[in-house]
Write a protein that binds this ligand. Structure first.
Ligand code: SAH
Ligand code: MG
Length: 905
């Protein structure tokens, strides 16, 4: 980057919002009032009361009253937007352009001088500003520099000074000592201020008036010595971070103790970083710099290169500032208006949590308070299923921790045309949303641009795009920050070098950590030892994608090799809810839970520990103890209990209307057809966790051979366990069925596998809508053209029935109205489409004609004779001609893409 370019973009200030600009001018004289406006719904379908109710929502418009005039905004979905909009209208009217520089360098310098002289005025001493506490301590202190305070205090603890310095020289943001030199330069022009010969102390010339002295003498501290834990962060990354105790003596400035711990001459040599962590917190790095000595002749500071002065990589990484030498991380300071010293322990665990906050996954773990079991989910299914901070917030958090700009979310609304549904007049007028995410450096340079997938709902588009961005960033961090960043259609990184350099200080800290890491094993199952599930075997809940699972858990660090079986609790939670199937927890837990029944407990051990930083971040108070152990000989023991499983939305909706449940009705529907056909063999395409196959085992049927295929291993594992248990028990025998063999395969049903050719019956219940439409069409061809079963039963939701289902869900109180707001949605977030009766019929008839089948239509839930038809529509295909031997049809006999997951006997 050229120097001219840098200073140019460096001077640009972050854009202020219209409201902020207006506030700077009018302060309390700008009055905003929000008014609620019910949205007017276009009555496109007068009959459908339910639909219209759902669509009606409240909008907001904002009235702004200024001394000169008043304005009203248009209507907005969010109050915030209405306010900003009206503020912008006001700015337009007043002719104020937000980016016109309101500060020339000269003005800023003058303001700096004014501010500094104010800090040493009598009036300031009554203001309650945190710096007043330092003045108070200075007045109490006798001897050298009596009444003077360190320049670093003035340079760091006043936001106004920090902001003005930033305007004068953008580099001050990353270099606290540059602020000090600016402050000193400005202070030299103020007559009432004196500066020590070292250039590190400053104070008011002459003494304060008796009234002020009296108020400063008020001692409001509670007169005790305090012991605060802090961290010593050595300059060399070779040396470990260690806990120290600061002994804060009553009546003495805390900087004295800090200077002692840093082994510098006095508190004026102590420099401060900006707050790290929450902006309002007083958690800062304290350090020193050899440049302090040069402060008296401040001109040369910026160009002075300090040989031999080591950069403190860790501290620099967290603060985003140039921190040199050893540093202390402590939370101490004064708050506004409170004369009390506030302080908080900073432990090793705090440090490791800060480190976690530097990666997207870490941000998620922190937001869930579960370092050892939570993982950044791979999918955003719905707002109601997401737990922890939302992706958008996580991305902001991540950017804040890396000192980047707030990420930008740009939304584009695209009218839906040419969709298969338009001609059915169902999604008429509906639109889709595409969200573009931009990650920008502090200087507003574009680092990364991600274009999300299109979504029906605006909020989802934003969250999904944010999550994709997070996942990409996370992978980049995981894979050692590789420097090959290839653009794709959805991802653009205009300047890879800039991108990498933006994260370079973190990379340096992280690389060190990885060296010291305990081996991590990606092959999760191999390192899972002795999984034990105990407790009553009840009916297995339908654990499908979208189920919410509630568990409680403990994670212990155990030493099995030692004699005394040492055990430390690392993490525990009484209630932890997560969505199944999206990778919201580590694979071990997901694998374990998918085999459990409600009420059961489970325990397992992993022999390879996760990263050391995770263990220490989780360990809280015991981090200090644990950091001294050789963690390699320990294992992690997980204990958990499954408390509750809530069904996905679809099942909840259906369950609210039908008894027996729709899924039971589908099974019965299929059973009748199977028996009527005297079928011997059956294959269930998309068997999921074995709902249908399980029912076949306990019913009277003619079947001897049953098979299931699914693309999801998770479902198949569950099905395997279910079937295995049933077949091994007497239950199946007494049911009077004659099933001899059973098998489960993993594969996509759009692929043909010759082992499943020519079965008597094939079922495919509520599966096609989970595939893309083209795949569903492909499946039709493969099923009838290649698998060629005698009978094929396909069921799928009837889109036209949705208003009834959703009305049921929203009609009752409680269940989120928000969830269902907007035009008629699909029943399940995983549905890629839902067909009307006409669409389904067309698909089925075309296929039947092409492959010599006869097709009938039926359904379950509701009735076929009244509008809007069955809740779940079913097509029954019957082969018209006998099934030819494979070789005759010209189909390959040894195409076997499916993988056998389980087999009986
Ligand atoms: N038939 C089951 C499950 C329905 S849920 C029941 O009625 O309960 C839909 C199932 O289709 C899921 O288990 C999903 O994994 C599966 N599926 C989706 N696409 C698939 C594909 N291309 N091949 C095989 N299975 C698929
Ligand atoms: Mg479904």
């Amino acid at each position: 980057m050229g120097i001219s370019e840098m200073s140019e973009s460096g001077l640009r200030k972050p854009p202020l919002s219209a409201k902020v600009i207006l506030n700077q001018r009018y302060g309390g004289n700008a009055c905003y009032r929000i008014e609620e406006v019910p949205e007017t719904v276009e009555d496109d379908c007068p009959g459908l009361v339910i639909l219209n109710q759902k669509r009606a929502r409240v909008l907001y418009r904002c009235h702004l009253q200024l001394p000169e005039f008043s304005l009203v905004s248009e209507n907005f979905a969010k109050k915030k937007d209405a306010e900003q909009s009206v503020a912008q209208m006001a700015l337009d009217k007043l002719g104020i352009k937000p980016d016109s520089k309101d500060h020339t360098a000269e003005e800023a310098y003058d303001e700096l001088v004014t501010r500094i002289s104010y800090l040493f005025s009598e009036k300031f001493c009554l203001s309650g500003h945190p710096i007043v506490n330092h003045i108070q301590a200075a007045i109490r202190r006798e001897g050298d520099n009596h009444g003077m305070i360190p320049v670093s205090v003035v340079a760091t603890l006043d936001t106004k000074i920090a902001n003005l310095s930033k305007l004068l020289n953008p580099k001050t943001e990353s270099d606290p000592i540059l602020v000090m030199s600016l402050v000193l330069a400005a202070a030299r022009s103020v007559d009432s201020i004196c500066i020590s010969s070292s250039g590190l102390w400053m104070g008011k010339k002459g003494s304060y008036s008796p009234e002020v002295l009296q108020s400063l003498a008020l001692d409001s501290s509670n007169g005790e010595d305090k012991f605060v834990r802090a961290l010593f962060v050595p300059a060399s990354t070779e040396m470990p971070v260690e806990t120290i105790t600061l002994e804060l003596r009553h009546g003495r400035c805390y900087l004295i103790e800090v200077s002692r711990k840093l082994s510098v001459k006095d508190s004026s040599y102590v420099l401060f970083s900006r707050p790290v962590g929450r902006a309002s917190s007083e958690r800062r790095f304290y350090f020193s710099s050899q440049k302090c000595r040069l402060l008296c002749n401040s001109n040369s500071l910026e160009t002075t290169f300090n040989e031999g002065e080591a950069v403190n990589t860790r501290a620099s990484c967290f603060s985003g500032q140039n921190i040199t030498g050893n540093a202390i991380l402590a939370t101490i300071g004064y708050q506004w208006k409170s004369m009390k010293l506030i302080h908080e322990d900073v432990t090793l665990s705090t440090y490791y949590r800060m480190l976690l906050g530097m990666t997207p996954e870490g941000c998620y773990k922190l937001s869930r308070g579960a370092m050892l079991i939570a993982k950044l989910p791979s999918a955003f299914t719905s707002k109601s299923n997401w737990r922890g901070h939302f992706p958008r917030e996580l991305l902001s958090m991540f950017c804040r921790n890396h000192r980047l700009m707030e990420p930008l979310f740009l939304i584009k609304e695209i009218p839906l045309k040419d969709s298969h549904q338009t001609e059915e007049k169902i999604s008429e007028g509906s639109t889709i949303f595409v969200c573009k995410v931009q990650v920008l450096s502090k200087r507003q340079e574009l680092l990364l641009e991600f274009i999300g997938k299109s979504c029906k709902k605006q909020v989802d588009a934003v969250q999904k795009a944010a999550l994709s961005t997070l996942s990409w960033l996370n992978a980049w961090f995981e894979h050692n920050q590789g420097n090959s960043i290839t653009d794709s259609t959805s991802l653009k990184c205009p300047d890879a070098e800039r991108f990498i350099s933006e994260f370079s200080s973190y990379s340096a800290v992280h690389a060190r950590l990885q060296d010291g890491n305990i081996r991590t094993d990606k092959d999760e199952e191999s390192n899972l030892i002795s999984l034990q599930i105990k407790g009553p075997e009840t009916v297995m809940p339908p654990l499908t994608l979208g189920s919410l699972v509630l568990i409680s858990y403990f994670v212990h660090l155990v030493d099995y090799e030692g004699d005394d079986c040492e055990r430390h609790t690392l993490e525990s939670k009484e209630k932890f809810e997560f969505e199944l199937g999206v990778g919201a927890v580590i694979d071990h837990i997901e694998y374990c839970v998918s085999q459990m029944c409600v009420g059961q407990t489970a325990q397992f051990i992993t022999s390879h520990l996760p990263r050391r930083e995770l263990v220490l971040a989780a360990s809280g108070q015991s981090a200090e103890l644990l950091s001294s152990l050789d963690l390699r000989k320990y294992s992690l023991q997980y204990s958990l209990k499954l408390h509750q499983v809530s069904e996905p939305n679809e099942d909840r909706m259906e369950g609210a209307l039908f008894s027996p449940s729709l899924s039971r009705q589908r099974v019965d529907f299929a059973l009748d057809l199977v028996n009527a056909a005297r079928a011997i063999s059956l294959v269930d395409f998309g068997c999921g966790s074995g709902n249908l196959l399980d029912a076949l085992l306990v019913s009277q049927t003619t079947l001897k051979r049953i098979t299931g295929v699914d693309i999801s291993l998770r479902g198949l594992y569950r099905a395997a366990k279910l079937l295995h248990t049933k077949l091994s028990s007497k239950e199946a025998v007494t049911a009077g069925n004659c099933i001899r063999s059973a098998a489960l395969y993993c594969g996509s049903i759009t692929d043909y596998d010759s082992r499943l050719h020519g079965f008597d019956v094939a079922t495919c219940l509520e599966v096609i809508e989970h595939m893309e439409e083209e795949e569903a069409i492909e499946f039709g061809h493969v099923a009838l053209g290649q698998f060629s079963p005698g009978l094929l039963i396909v069921s799928t939701p009837n889109y036209e029935y949705n208003p009834l289902l959703q009305g049921e869900l929203t009609g009752g109180e409680g269940l989120g109205e928000k969830q269902m707001a907007g035009p008629c949605r699909f029943r399940n977030h995983d549905h890629k489409f839902e067909w009307t009766r006409a669409q389904f019929r067309r698909w089925a008839v075309d296929l039947a004609v092409k492959y010599g089948y006869h097709v009938d239509f039926g359904g379950v839930g509701g009735s076929g004779d009244t509008e809007p038809g069955f809740a779940s529509q079913v097509a029954i295909f019957r082969r018209q001609s006998p099934c030819l031997a494979l070789s005759l049809v010209g189909v390959d006999t040894d195409v076997m893409p499916y993988e056998v997951v389980w087999k009986w006997p």
